[in-house]
Write a protein that binds this ligand. Sequence first.
Ligand SMILES: O=C(CO)COP(=O)(O)O
Ligand SMILES: O=C[C@H](O)COP(=O)(O)O
Ligand SMILES: [Zn+2]
Ligand SMILES: [Zn+2]
Length: 345
Amino acid sequence: MALISLRQLLDHAAENNYGVAAFNVNNLEQIQAIMEAAKETNSPVILQASRGARSYTNDVFLRHLILGAVELYPDIPVVMHQDHGNSLQTCLSAIRNGFTSVMMDGSLKEDAKTPSDFEYNVRITADVVRIAHSMGISVEGELGCLGSLETGKGEKEDGHGFEGTLSHDQLLTDPVEAAQFVELTKVDALAIAIGTSHGAYKFTKKPDGKTLAIDRIREIHRRLPNTHLVMHGSSSVPQELQAEFRKYGGEMKETWGVPVEEIQEGIKNGVRKINVDTDNRLAMTAAIRKLLSTNPSEFDLRKYMVPARDAMKKVCAQRMVEFGQAGQASKIKAIPLDSMAKRYV
Ligand SMILES: O=C(CO)COP(=O)(O)O
Ligand SMILES: O=C[C@H](O)COP(=O)(O)O
Ligand SMILES: [Zn+2]
Ligand SMILES: [Zn+2]
């Protein structure tokens, strides 16, 4: 199947009440893991690349790897998405390189660390929407800064994340502002801040309503019943994966991620895209640690990349079932980007 737009996929997800995991990709093995999981579970997929991933892999390699996936798995709808674009330039270069969807994260300024104001966010996001929609490309915006309600701090991912400490006002998306933001920008999907953060260290204990504001999702969904909501920082950081990582020499202090049942509650309330990166990184690295520490003489990289890929495939397939996207791929017929562009007009 051809690459499809995020908007097409999330519209289908909303009509059929499911959520879609957006997995970050940086190399061949991660793309293979996701596609194999998708084939096994008949799931549509969102492959997303951060700015860090694009510079690590190179846009040309990335585009051809993803086009390879599309060719090898003709029955799986694939969205190619820019994760956390920091500027109009980043989004435009993604579009030029074949991405069918971009995130303009205007919750932070172009330096990706200074919280911006509402007017800046509306202006930059609306600029991206105008250009992207004319080509049928989807846009995800973000309102509110991702960070911990326990500490007021945000975890940095590859330089992306605010510095210092923020108040609960800035860490929780305001439902009234969210409605204005969507009206003014016309984004296809809206990332909201509800107490999740990027990386492994999200919560110091299992989160409750004070540290993870699932109620906020309900309020936002009530005001914006037709907007696709996005949860970032949604790895579950499973205790078993942490234990496996530590068992083979990995260092990670005790931590909690976002429980899958909380994400499922979000999906009942308008969450359609769920970003997961850390769980896959952890699964792959734990598998590599295990193979190398139990076979110290091994130096054929395939010997550790195969179990790493298998470990990631297992995480992906599990999330695909848990989020409800399993079984949906064969029900989707690709809408060309040109037709999507006409719809926006
Ligand atoms: O939100 C993410 C990418 O945009 C990834 O979140 P995690 O760090 O929880 O996997
Ligand atoms: O946005 C966060 C993702 O986990 C991507 O991380 P990265 O920027 O290190 O590739
Ligand atoms: Zn952000
Ligand atoms: Zn994110």
